[in-house]
Design a protein around this ligand. Sequence first.
Ligand SMILES: [Zn+2]
Length: 315
Amino acid sequence: MARESFAIGNVRVRAGSAKEIELPITRLVTGADVFLPVRVIHGREDGPVVWVNAATHGDEVNGTEVIRRVLAQLPPKTFRGTLVAVPILNVLGFMTGDRYLPDRRDLNRSFPGSARGSLASRLAHLFMEEVVSKCEVGIDLHTGADRRANWPHIRADLDDPRTRELAEAFGMPLMLQSKLRDGSLRQAARDRGATVLLFEGGENWRFDEYAIAAGVVGVRRVLASLGMIEPLDDEEHPSTIECRQSGWVRAKGTGILHLDVTLGQPVEAGQRLGGLSDSFGRRVRLVHADRTGTVIGLTTAPLVNSGDAIVHIAN
Ligand SMILES: [Zn+2]
């Protein structure tokens, strides 16, 4: 018996086909309608229904490129199950390179949203109704925030066995236990019964080839582990370390920052991470690790004020 078609918006996607759908969000003051662009690949054969989205924060462009490359490599004939790809979730923030929506709300604190709430809340609601509620697994792709670079890693609730299994399948060198946050896509999707992974890698506003390549292979490994595509050729599965906690080392002074460590580097408590100098190069302060672990995030700002977060260490 042929697989049933997939209903989304006001269209149905036939089994064995792919379709681009525009879900209406709002209208700009200039009169143009704004849509959420979605691509559905509805395989001929049965399998899981999975979504992958990027740019929940509108300045995080790496994930959009990850999705473009994943879609380009999907085998249309032999694909099993259904993939709902949303390369730009925060469409309005994306247009201006802004993390938030024009109403200054953080979309990732606006879930599950409502049809009559703020603009962010309505977008969250649309995404929940049209995408999340139809999926059993989701991957939310992020990058570091403003002037922060992240080492590619997975954040997920590793205490949930199913989530843990998929986090391991993603195959990053590090996974970080991360509790659910109120208003986040991850929390709302979990409440609807979906298993969600959050990928972090690179920084906002620019393509980071290392993080993009890691994201592409990770998403493909998850699709393979779910039986949607054939296992990858490179299936030497990398080992992954699990971290339960993380924290930022903050500047104890103000100055020009020179870091001695790089992303992914193991560090020991007390180790020198870098130093702060004045404008003539005189050393003002040294920066030391407050814990033993792995560097998963770094500021990319050369000038730091006392209290600024400089190095993110997971332990
Ligand atoms: Zn983000």
